[in-house]
Design a protein around this ligand. Structure first.
Ligand code: SAH
Length: 468
């Protein structure tokens, strides 16, 4: 698979500065699915071409990483991925030309915003929607498009045409823009992404499309196909694209950095929380567990690793997170024995549900704060009165700790969807009353680093049926 980028704007060899790759060198980069080689077939003052060649390992794509149980991205050894431009090329673009895509050029910053004559050639681009769609995508961005459609097999003309086109795009552009156009539009034309589409794909689309997507006449098709026809994600992306916001790049950067810090802390905290919940379940001797508001199935995955766990049922109100959970847990590829241990069901914690009966323990991890306070009473009865497992392990944020979370503006809750967050006293009061009302005992445990003043970031209550 090959992509060449050529400029004829003198001094054409400035392309080397912009791409951060020296025209005299051949460089190889290792990627999860093969390797990428960058070289310059031509580098003169008047014309300079950089080539990105991908050497895709089709066996690795099917079998996955050595030693991994996960399997690969594809299930067929014979596929077009080694030859055709696809999202694999985009992964390579962002790995190999990430600095250029981000508009950074430390040595020659003045080059970044220069519009230069650029030509990109892709010898085999699958265009589902044909050359007409290819034109509708690139022409509004200021490219002249040439496309030559290849036949399926030259020896058998009767087989007709293939989706593969030899494509040349020519335009006066900033290099950064050309790279972001290719990054977004190649998978849109291919229309077969190789990896799962999650929320971060929306972020990627918005980031790479920042300068051009909102004004593109085909933005709906682009969002829909880029997000692999996931309508809810495409709608979200479009809503954010067209939201009437005055961008303040500095503020955006500040808030992104702050978010990153919070996210890093959250990742560590998630692991600690899962560990604490599992330890509590072991202490309770629970073998049959129902995870209420299971989200993307993080806890379920950890529970299935534990041989003493016989059965796990995950329930959530969101279809989308259940789909993600099924994918993360590889439910479709599990052995029959593993499959018998786990199930995911759609349901709401606000309605009594017989499927929740008969478990040793229920876990409710970071869920109550997503419920509207007036609905808490319904939740309480569904879990403690109707399902009534022997143990309930429940965690929720400790709002007092928010002051210690780097980057969280004061007074803000930790997540957009949180309806409230409790202080330690509020949680203790709620949990103690619930336990007393329904005949449970409750003990409390902090989770995460404990601060002498504000306590730990997460609070956990472990309820056990019966008097002490
Ligand atoms: N327990 C998971 C997810 C926490 S996020 C984890 O720790 O990773 C909160 C989850 O609660 C979301 O997946 C949300 O869809 C779910 N949720 C919110 N309201 C719910 C309700 N009424 N019934 C069931 N699940 C609910």
């Amino acid at each position: 698979m090959l992509l060449t980028i050529t400029t004829t704007t003198p001094p054409a060899t400035d392309l080397g500065w912009l791409l951060h790759k020296h025209p005299d060198k051949v460089q190889t980069f290792s990627l999860p699915f093969g390797s990428a080689i960058v070289f310059y077939p031509e580098a003169t003052e008047t014309r300079c071409s950089a080539a990105l060649m991908l050497d895709v390992d089709p066996i690795g794509l099917v079998r996955g990483k050595p030693g991994s149980q996960d399997g690969g991205l594809l299930d067929q050894y014979v596929n077009d991925r080694p030859y055709a431009a696809s999202s694999l090329l985009c992964v390579a673009l962002s790995r190999v030309f990430g600095t250029a895509m981000g508009g950074r050029c430390a040595d020659r910053p003045e080059l970044v915003d220069r519009q230069i004559d650029l030509e990109a050639t892709i010898p085999a681009l699958p265009c589902r929607g044909g050359a007409a769609l290819l034109r509708r995508l690139f022409e509004p961005l200021g490219y002249e498009v040439t496309a030559e459609q290849a036949g399926l097999d030259p020896s058998f003309p009767a087989w007709g045409a293939s989706p593969y086109h030899r494509v040349t795009l020519h335009g006066r552009q900033r290099l950064q823009d050309l790279l972001s156009h290719l990054y977004v539009l190649i998978p849109v034309l291919d229309d077969r992404k190789h990896y799962w589409v999650g929320d971060d794909e929306v972020e990627k689309l918005l980031r790479h499309g920042e300068r051009w997507l909102a004004g593109h006449p085909e933005r709906e098709l682009i969002a829909r196909r880029y997000l692999k026809h996931r309508h809810s994600l495409a709608r979200e992306a479009l809503a954010r694209l067209t939201a009437d916001e005055t961008p303040d790049p500095e503020a955006a950067q500040r808030s992104a950095q702050a978010e990153e810090a919070v996210i890093e802390e959250t990742v560590r905290l998630n692991d600690q929380r899962t560990g604490a919940v599992i330890a509590a379940l072991r202490a309770e001797g629970a073998r049959r567990i129902v995870d209420l508001g299971c989200g993307e199935g993080r806890l379920i995955g950890a529970l299935l690793q534990d041989k003493t766990v016989e059965r796990v049922l995950g329930m959530d109100v969101s279809h989308r997170v259940l789909e993600i959970a099924a994918e993360r847990l590889h439910l479709d590829r599990m052995s029959e024995r593993q499959k018998a241990r786990v199930d995911l069901v759609h349901g709401s914690l606000l309605y009594r549900d017989r499927r929740l009966d008969g478990f040793d323990a229920a876990t409710v991890v970071e869920v109550v704060e997503h419920l509207d306070p007036p609905r808490l009473a319904a939740f309480e009865r569904v879990v403690f009165e109707c399902a009534r497992p022997r143990s309930v392990v429940l965690t929720t944020p400790n709002v007092e700790y928010n002051a210690r979370l780097a980057g969280l503006p004061s007074g803000r809750l930790r997540h957009r969807d949180h309806r409230f967050e409790w202080t330690r006293a509020e949680f203790t009061a709620w949990a103690t009353r619930v336990a007393a009302t329904h005949g449970y005992q409750v003990r409390f445990q902090p989770v995460g680093p404990e601060d002498p003043e504000v306590g730990a970031p997460t609070q956990m209550g472990v309820f056990r049926l019966g008097a002490a």
